[in-house]
Write a protein that binds this ligand. Sequence first.
Ligand SMILES: C[S@@+](CC[C@H](N)C(=O)[O-])C[C@H]1O[C@@H](n2cnc3c(N)ncnc32)[C@H](O)[C@@H]1O
Length: 344
Amino acid sequence: MEDASSDKFVQNDPKIYVPSSTEEARRLINQSVMRRFALREKARLDGHMRFLQANNTDHPFERSHYSDVRAFFDEASKDYDSDLENPYWAFAHEILKFILEKFVAEHFHTVQDIRLFDAGAGTGNWSKFVLGLNEHISGTLFDMNSSMLGVAYSKVAQLHGNLIKIIEGNLEVLSDLPPHRSNLILCMHNVIGLGRNTDLILQNLCSYLEDDGLAFIMATNKYHAFNFAHQFRGEVEALRVVSDGTVKFKSDMPEMFCYTPEEFKETLIRVGFIEVTVLGFPVTVYPSPQDTKLLRKDTFDQRLKDLSARSALLDLEKRICLYPELAYRAGSSLIAICKKSGMT
Ligand SMILES: C[S@@+](CC[C@H](N)C(=O)[O-])C[C@H]1O[C@@H](n2cnc3c(N)ncnc32)[C@H](O)[C@@H]1O
């Protein structure tokens, strides 16, 4: 039996549905309603995207260059870490930490020698987190932007136990990567989205990963990109998502490649990964444009303001972020957990 809340998935204007309370989100999950209705919600979004694409064929979208990406992060490096205080991003980061910690612990439980390569390390937050899990993990932080790496340097310098290198280079150029391969690769948030030749970067990361290693590779969720652009950025920007496969969340940033969970998995298999699981998060919280602003310290989502509601929601997210079939509802981020052999 479907309950009344399931009606909310059946809407004339296809968009990602946001439960209004933690209680409602929990009820949907417990009754498996969300999983069933997620199929319908996704089908409606797919239908809407296909319709837009089929009816608008002549929109060539200009592509940015690496000089634009560099210039953007020279400026963004100044405020980049303010996302740690933004309630929406801070919540998303907690889910991401849970995913990293869980899969690293499971994969490396008998391995002492963990060598991390952080591809597009930026300001080093994710290296810092993973290196902090165990002082025997060594790490290389790699990025093409010296301003971002400058911020990273001060953070990882405080980790006294771990062996750390910082390298400036382009992930498209295999010879820029250090000679010895790694058994743990991080490629967090919008690195491949901002890379200009994403397939080449992914091929390089796959060949750089040791055969028994583990890679976490993130991308922007195309359903979120479409939903957000359609609601807040206008028809042309929604069209960019469906016809160019890129998104501009703000007009002053380079466009980023985005993927459905299925496209992301196919791409990763095509470049050589054997076992790929794509997850997405957050599933029950959806950001407003204001919520995603880096310097914002407030949120419109009351559940993120109330400590006990937030903690209940986080517990719920930690369970449902592990369902790949809900990844399409991710507020922004997809994360692929990739292996080169299906044996481990
Ligand atoms: C959105 S930031 C993400 C930083 C970090 N991974 C994180 O999650 O906080 C994207 C980073 O990717 C870097 N980047 C983009 N394309 C790159 C490439 N081809 N080679 C190396 N770094 C690249 C940018 O310079 C920037 O620091």
